[in-house]
Design a protein around this ligand. Sequence first.
Ligand SMILES: Nc1ncnc2c1ncn2[C@@H]1O[C@H](COP(=O)(O)OP(=O)(O)OP(=O)(O)O)[C@@H](O)[C@H]1O
Length: 421
Amino acid sequence: MATSCPSHTCGTDAEAAKREEAAEELRLKEQLRRIQHKLLVMSGKGGVGKSSVATYMAFGLSQKGYRVGLMDADLHGPSIPKMLGITGMFQVDDQKHLVPVQVNENLQVVSIQCLLEDPDSAVIWRGPIKHGVIRQFVSEVQWGNLDYLIIDCPPGTGDEPLSVAQIIPDVHAVIVTTPQEVALSDVRKSINFCRKAHLPILGLVENMSGLVCPHCGKSVPLFGTEGGRKTAERMNIPFLGSLPFEPRVVEAGDAGMPLEVGSDASGPFLESLNGLLSEVIDKCSPPLPEEKTEAMTSDVTKEVPRMEKDNFKVAIPLANGMLCNHFGHCERFAILTVQNGRIESREERTPPPHEPGVLPRWIAEQGVNLVIAGGMGQRAISLFQERGVQVLTGAPALDPETLVNSYLQGNLVTGANVCDH
Ligand SMILES: Nc1ncnc2c1ncn2[C@@H]1O[C@H](COP(=O)(O)OP(=O)(O)OP(=O)(O)O)[C@@H](O)[C@H]1O
């Protein structure tokens, strides 16, 4: 058995680190595969009610029967635990995974606040640490299967929304604003941020759009009218709806007891919230608005076809012991023999020099039935198909055993074929 080098200078440790990184990548993809819709709630400006909107979206969807996770990614100013009346610390399970706080049967919450021994202590972290924490909030938390993961980010276009966009390739943004021009100018920045970060926008929510007078029922435009809707039209993004200012929302937030969203929901805020939730559910029903670029879609996971027999051979192109993304230019191939649904043996073979059409023929001659690859040109795929060899593209750059075992267990997650030929 290989032992770790105490000097940390030889390849053993580097390889172990690489394997750990690859396993972590696989864990992240597997977690994301189990979450259907991921929504990042953001705002250009502070205090517009972004955390309230995130909380009510999550709480409301959970009350409608959806399985919802709410992730508080506002690491410096987490307010979700307060709004939901969550106190105390998180539990950790035997596998050292964080167990989210269960708010009701369908709603689970994760916030940095629940990791702080002193609730008033300040978190002083720079970007890379925050990126790591957000990544762990996705991959190391026992979310289980979710219909929606709602992520609350701090205001502005800083590290946190960028990290979320990088870690969760199929996340969609919900942008919250109030109707006055000073908030709307920041919203335009948020929209442009999303476009630059290739983060598709589900739509815009206008919060505190007016105060409904409890005496005469007329709406008093606290911050002007219709600014959100007009901005959405001008910037060509969907408008999801507006939520009025209602003093009960402040009281409920301070008391940690959100207003109940149900079919008998009463009051201007809850009535508008119901409309907003319907719009969100509608927009999330497949397919989500396609604003994605090629680069984004390359990370979208897809169904993996299964082999019909228990005994077969798998070929994987290699570079430095891991799957090589460029099929035609790999150094070697790992060929693994599967018998009775288990890896029986593994060998490595050097292919003949690269020439068009040579590799598919050579691989088929090795008795291979399945190729697991990153990117591959369409011509090579066709040549394999002609020889009865199945091809699976878009697999992650992991070691062959991890890939084949994941394939056998039915949890290999693949993205798009990223070949640029
Ligand atoms: N529609 C509403 N009606 C009444 N009060 C509201 C409404 N939306 C938000 N609030 C209140 O406004 C205050 C600020 O809201 P919230 O904390 O959600 O804003 P935020 O944009 O997340 O702030 P931050 O910039 O600190 O992250 C809270 O007291 C909240 O209860």
